[in-house]
Design a protein around this ligand. Structure first.
Ligand SMILES: NC(=O)c1ccc[n+]([C@@H]2O[C@H](COP(=O)([O-])OP(=O)(O)OC[C@H]3O[C@@H](n4cnc5c(N)ncnc54)[C@H](O)[C@@H]3O)[C@@H](O)[C@H]2O)c1
Length: 406
């Protein structure tokens, strides 16, 4: 199969669409966001690692096109689903984007096609949700289905789509074979597993592993602060063990579309099967509590009265050097401090604008500065001679030589 359709052109789908086009597939990128399609068609994109020139050249050479409307395919085609799988308002899995993507596929898919999902979801999603839904609304036959969870780490300059091993599970040997063949064309190592459920569970394990370990250091960081030792120094010391330990840093919680979300999908898999996932659920809560812990500290610092206090938060995306603000605990902290009466400003030269507000330069007329996400391009020099307190909550290098909060 030489033709590929990528459904959802975000952090996951767009890099894949470009790479597949570079490797000789004829790629259609489909997204319901019209502005995104217009921007991509004119070579404009803000996702890290995507080069605007590539977007233009691949489109000009006819191997890549972007569309907001799919037409029927006549020969076997590879459909890759990369739509969001967020949480709803009650923090339960929201499969509405996935459902819509499956319905779009069912209208255009041809006999003998392969559907791969890269979206992260609960164990059983391919077999119980995607496959039956597509089959219900299409007349196409001999369809193949596989799961190949994405492991992309936006902003990571070392690990990318071609050198990060890809796990593939499918509903049949042929599905696994076809999906493996596709990924082998651009990924150095493809690992075949015995079922789609194994691939889905492996992805949830990877991110839950991070969530649980971050919760662990966050919990211990409350203890270390109470006895006046540095959690970062503790982690540095423990990291000197050359085996059996992995470094995780304390902070104000976890953000992004994966670490705070995927463990909920794992917890949901447990609920569906009447298995208690206490550790998984508790670590989510532990990480969410960090914002409360920090805001309590700040409130105590201002003797319980934050009314009118001017606070500037530096770095509001959930991790350094990228603009993604989804589930960012920095934003929760901003909201929490505002609820307590503080006037909160923020500086983030990568996010630039968020919810109608704009990033402001580093201010000098504030009562407290809080560093959360240290993007490479932030220059703290203007804060070097100031009189107000700065809390460095970031996991990165020391800011202006100040001690870390944790
Ligand atoms: N971002 C990451 O680092 C990362 C890493 C691994 C896995 N994942 C998983 O990959 C999936 C996609 O994540 P993302 O970060 O790329 O999301 P994203 O929000 O960056 O992009 C998703 C895109 O899908 C589009 N979309 C939504 N519904 C659609 C539909 N029905 N048809 C076509 N397009 C649709 C949106 O407009 C958006 O452009 C999620 O399940 C996520 O958990 C993300």
């Amino acid at each position: 199969m030489e033709e590929v359709v990528v459904i959802g052109l975000g952090y996951v789908g767009l890099p894949l669409a470009l790479l597949a086009a570079k490797k000789g597939f004829k790629v259609t990128g489909f997204d319901i966001n019209k502005d995104k399609i217009n921007n991509l068609s004119s070579g404009v994109c803000e996702i890290p690692g995507i080069i605007d020139k590539d977007l233009i050249e691949l489109q000009d050479s006819g191997v890549l096109k972007f569309t907001k409307k799919l037409s029927k395919f006549i020969s076997p085609t590879i459909f890759v689903i990369a739509v969001p799988t967020p949480l709803d308002l009650r923090r339960n899995p929201d499969l509405s984007y996935l459902e819509e993507a499956c319905l779009s596929i069912s209208k255009v898919i041809s006999n003998g096609s392969l559907v791969i999902t890269e979206s992260t979801s609960y164990i059983g999603t391919l077999s119980e949700f995607i496959k039956p839904l597509i089959e219900k609304f299409t007349t196409a036959s001999d369809l193949h289905f596989a799961v190949a969870p994405e492991r992309i780490d936006p902003g990571n300059e070392h690990w990318d789509l071609s050198n990060t091993p890809r796990v593939v599970g499918g509903i049949s040997k042929k599905s696994v074979h076809l999906a493996s063949h596709f990924y082998s064309s651009f990924c150095k190592k493809v690992i075949q597993v015995s079922s789609p459920e194994v691939a889905e569970a492996a992805k949830l394990l990877e991110n839950t592993f991070r969530q649980v370990n971050i919760a662990l250091v966050n919990e211990i960081s409350v203890l270390t602060r109470s006895i006046n030792i540095s959690m970062h120094e503790v982690v540095d010391a423990a990291s000197s063990k050359p085996f059996g330990f992995m470094e995780f840093r304390p902070g104000i919680g976890v953000g992004g579309h994966c670490i705070p979300v995927d463990p909920v999908y794992l917890g949901y898999s447990g609920d569906k099967n009447n298995v208690k996932m206490d550790l998984v659920k508790l670590s989510n809560l532990k990480n969410q509590n960090q914002v409360k812990y920090v805001s309590n500290y700040i409130s105590t610092y201002f003797k319980g009265n934050l009314n009118g206090k001017k606070i500037q938060i530096v770095g509001i995306s959930y991790k350094k050097n990228i603009s993604d603000t989804r589930e960012s605990p920095a934003i929760e902290l901003i909201n929490e401090l505002r609820k307590l009466g503080a006037k909160v400003f923020w500086h983030d030269p990568i996010v630039k604008s968020f919810m109608g507000e704009k990033s402001e330069d580093l201010r000098l007329d504030i009562d407290l500065g809080i560093v959360i996400t240290q993007h490479k391009i932030i220059n703290f020099q203007s804060w070097s001679d100031i009189k107000f307190k700065i809390l460095d909550l970031s996991p990165g290098d020391h800011v202006l030589g100040l001690p870390k909060f944790f």
